[in-house]
Write a protein that binds this ligand. Structure first.
Ligand SMILES: Nc1ncnc2c1ncn2[C@@H]1O[C@H](COP(=O)(O)OP(=O)(O)OP(=O)(O)O)[C@@H](O)[C@H]1O
Length: 320
């Protein structure tokens, strides 16, 4: 149903996607995982027509995806809903109006909008919050609103970019269960980008591992975990030779790890992410695992950038 054929993309000198080909079956829940900077989000943005690419093509149900503004390109993009880590809700609109927003933009009739919005708010179990505004919702409730909004145009595909990374483990689990339920009820194809192997293992029927813009392996999730190819083992990492770090930074520093990978030519695993505080005070706490021989350079690189970091005992970390 989704055909990605020889997809390549560069940002200047940096080759982010390298002749990547991948077929994603209709109705599957497909997980994409890889080290930070491997190209996961870029691939998702290409599928959604949010990002241009240099060569290759992407077909959704036989229709070619592009960033163009012609009718065919817009209709094709309409078939794809997307949810993000930071929810991307409009704070000035209540739950009902956030969910209604895409249909209003496309000029649907009021009655049709009302029926669909109420149905979706019921589906994500938020009937009691229908008039609430996003600042008064929990993270899990915000993500439910974002999921309902992404489904308003009855897309064939739902893309989830780190949809549960900002949530505590129990809330994350309830969102993953909701995605699974939506997949079973509607048959929608779901693509999930995640940092944690547990997310992929829990809900994905199929998966792909990206490494430096290459497709390192892909297939049925159960088979990949059973066969444990080298790419999976690399992702799981060899704990003996790795050190765990606790890193705290502000939302606007989100590209810091990609820069660290480039500057220090090191790999690392993100083992846990927690969002702390709200608004201007918001911070993100990452538990990461770096190769032991790179530990000192990573610590001094992060500290030079004014980022709080410290090593932690291995037993204290939440493994992927
Ligand atoms: N707009 C941009 N301009 C320049 N480089 C970019 C841009 N967006 C992403 N990159 C670079 O492209 C590479 C792939 O980024 P991408 O966000 O796709 O990786 P990712 O696998 O999703 O990483 P993460 O897990 O950290 O989100 C990174 O090296 C990143 O720094």
């Amino acid at each position: 149903m989704i055909q990605i054929e020889n997809l390549s993309k560069r940002y200047g000198e940096l080759e982010v996607l390298n002749t990547m080909s991948l077929h994603i079956q209709k109705g599957s829940i497909f997980g994409i995982i890889g080290q930070s900077g491997a190209g996961k989000s870029t691939l998702l943005r290409c599928i959604n027509g949010l990002e241009t690419f240099d060569s290759g093509r992407i077909l959704v149900d036989g229709i070619q995806i592009s960033t163009g503004n012609d009718r065919q390109a817009r209709e094709a993009r309409r078939e794809i809903g997307m949810v993000f880590q930071n929810f991307s809700l409009l704070d000035r609109l209540n739950v009902y109006d956030n969910v209604a927003f895409p249909m209003k933009s496309w000029g649907y009739k009021k009655k049709e909008i009302d029926e669909r919005v109420r149905e979706l708010i019921g589906l994500v179990d938020l009937n009691d919050k229908i008039s609430a505004f996003p600042p008064y919702l929990s993270g899990g409730q915000k993500q439910r609103v974002a999921i309902a909004r992404a489904l308003t145009m009855q897309p064939k595909v739902l893309l989830c970019d780190e949809a549960t990374s900002a949530l505590d483990p129990r809330t994350a689990e309830s969102i993953l269960n909701l995605l699974k339920e939506i997949n079973e009820k509607t048959g929608i194809t779901i693509i999930v980008v995640a940092h944690q192997l547990s997310v992929i293992r829990n809900i994905c029927t199929h998966m792909a591992i990206l490494e430096d813009g290459h497709l390192a392996c892909h297939g049925a999730t159960t088979e990949i975990f059973m066969q444990a190819p080298a790419a999976l083992r690399r992702l799981q990492g060899n704990r003996e030779n790795h050190a765990n770090l606790s890193v705290l930074f502000c939302e606007q520093d989100q590209f810091v790890f990609s820069r660290m990978v480039r500057d220090l030519e090191t790999d690392f695993d993100i083992m846990d992410i927690q969002h702390l505080g709200m608004g201007k005070e918001a911070q993100i706490h990452y538990s990461i695992r770096v190769p032991e021989e790179k530990l000192d350079t990573c610590l001094s690189w992060l500290r030079k950038k004014g980022i709080y970091c410290q090593t932690v005992e291995k037993e204290g970390a939440d493994s992927v």
